[in-house]
Ligand binder design. Structure first.
Ligand code: HMG
Length: 390
């Protein structure tokens, strides 16, 4: 039986209620703002309100997708995160009442640092190859929070991406050839007892670069496309300058020395959302794809090279071929609104939110109402998270 065409039928992103810009951060940290704007390629970062978490972000990204496509063919929800709210229960199950998910849906949570949503995408493609009538919702949702006063602080952020994977997709086809690389490296991890990760920033960068080259080499060994076949590239963007570093490195391993303009042509359109949102871990690569599709000139029929990286580490290189007519399925206005509607925070308010924690005892803890969106975390009572739909 021939394999069906499988890929992305819808892509919707969401981010937080608040943001802080890097000019404010630079002023308070006594840092030259050019280090943030040019050095790491960041303008601002999303900051979650007390009544936002990975579940409310996931619901906000997924609701418009389900509104457009319905749920009658939805058989699986794969939620990828490294900001889990429970060690046992899948965060996707909280979406049942918020999104009225059908009970005939398989729901599971996936974890491998920033890489897990890509695993979800590949698993989804496998399920649809088995039954092309099946639709899979992959949700990437994360909050990147680092200790204040560390070099990583300026690379915080938060966002979600909901990706509907189907046969005969309207946005992008996922080619079945992929290249993978994994190894045991301690560049970034978050032990169970910590709310912020342990990170070796410099090691994480060299590990990302090595993994990129290895994943692409594996992709080629499996019959993947030549670098010149791609009209654009999307990289995991912990900060947007990382995409430039990685692409320069990849081309360098193939004897090319790209100019900054060459890199801009391949990458710049993919960086708009992440420049403003910061690191969104699992969602970052899919914010890059949304940004590329929403901002680049016509890409119908063209190939996009996708590089997913998760510390620890796993990398995967794959190709998304943009489907002619894809623009009819995009959500550029809603995405732009999600980014521009965020409320700017004064520095002291950012610091207070950074320290905010819901007490860990079994009492009832109402969560202060900050947000205005459709979904919020209203309280935690008896260790149970209680969400509200407006
Ligand atoms: P740092 O050490 O403060 O920064 O932290 P730096 O001194 O290396 O400077 C950064 C860049 O700014 C450099 O550019 C400087 O030259 C430049 P580069 O040399 O790299 O091209 N710079 C300036 N440019 C213009 N004007 C100036 C100026 N000053 C300096 N005045 C670091 C940087 C990334 C290490 C830190 O932010 C960090 O630890 N971040 C967290 C880890 C991280 O994001 N790693 C990325 C790869 S790993 C990954 O992507 C996985 C991850 O998402 C987690 C997961 O998988 O779950 C993190």
């Amino acid at each position: 039986m021939p394999h069906p065409r499988v890929g992305i039928a819808d892509l919707s992103i969401a981010t937080t209620h608040y943001m802080i810009d890097h000019a404010t951060l630079a002023r308070h940290h006594g840092v030259d703002v050019a280090k943030y704007h040019r050095g790491i390629g960041q303008d601002a970062m999303s900051v979650p309100a007390p009544d936002e978490d990975i579940v409310t972000l996931a619901a906000a990204a997924a609701a418009p997708v389900l509104e457009r496509h319905g749920t009658s063919a939805l058989r699986t929800v794969l939620l990828a995160t490294e900001t889990g709210v429970d060690q046992s229960k899948a965060a996707g199950l909280y979406l049942h009442p918020l999104l009225r998910l059908p009970h005939t849906t398989r729901v599971v949570e996936l974890k491998q640092a920033c890489y897990a949503a890509t695993a979800g995408l590949q698993f989804a493609a496998g399920l649809i190859a088995r039954d092309p009538a099946h639709q899979v919702l992959v949700i990437a949702t994360d909050i990147a929070r680092y200790d204040t006063g560390t070099p990583a602080e300026a690379t915080q952020g938060a966002a979600s991406a909901a990706i509907l994977v189907t046969a005969d997709p309207g946005i992008a086809e996922l080619e079945s050839v992929t290249g993978v690389h994994s190894s045991h490296v301690m560049d970034f991890w978050r032990p169970n007892h910590r709310t912020t990760p342990v990170v070796d920033g410099k090691l994480s960068i060299t590990t990302y670069l090595d993994a990129t080259a290895h994943a692409y080499a594996d992709y080629r060994r499996h019959g993947g496309r030549d670098l010149d076949d791609f009209a654009a590239f999307c990289y995991h963007q912990p900060f947007t300058a990382m995409a430039y570093k990685a692409h320069r490195h990849l081309l360098g391993t193939h004897g090319q020395a790209p100019s900054h303009d060459d890199l801009d042509t391949a990458l710049a359109a993919s960086t708009h959302y992440n420049r403003a949102v910061g690191n969104s871990y699992t969602a970052s690569l899919y914010l890059a794809l949304a940004s590329l599709l929403d901002h680049r000139d016509e890409l119908g029929g063209r190939h996009v090279g996708m590089l997913s990286y998760g510390s620890g580490c796993v990398a995967e290189f794959f190709c998304a071929t943009v489907v002619p007519g894809y623009r009819d399925h995009l959500r550029a206005t809603a995405h732009d609104h999600a980014v521009t509607a965020r409320k700017p925070l004064a520095y002291d308010d950012y610091r207070s939110l950074h320290e905010f924690r819901i007490p860990a005892d079994a009492g009832r803890h109402n969560v202060p109402e900050h947000t205005a969106g459709a979904f919020r975390l209203a309280a935690v009572e008896g260790h149970e998270r209680i969400y509200e739909t407006r």
